[in-house]
Design a protein around this ligand. Structure first.
Ligand SMILES: [Zn+2]
Length: 67
């Protein structure tokens, strides 16, 4: 079973970096390796990330049905 990765776009430099879904919890600290921004997942950003995680889970289910 491979870990799911979710790309998060840095609000400062706009670069995407993938994080394992398991690491994305409310209050998680993410660090952009491009510009060094440190951000904490909370508020509306956390809401958006939760939405993306749910979408990813649904897409994963479909992949499982048709390998
Ligand atoms: Zn950045």
């Amino acid at each position: 079973m491979k870990a799911k990765q979710l790309p998060i776009t840095c609000p400062i430099c706009g670069k995407k970096r993938e994080y394992p879904v398991e690491a994305l919890v409310e209050g998680a600290r993410l660090e952009c390796h491009f510009c060094g921004l440190k951000l904490t997942l909370h508020g509306h950003m956390w809401q958006e990330v939760q939405g993306e995680i749910k979408k990813l889970a649904r897409a994963g289910d479909r992949e499982g049905e048709a390998p």
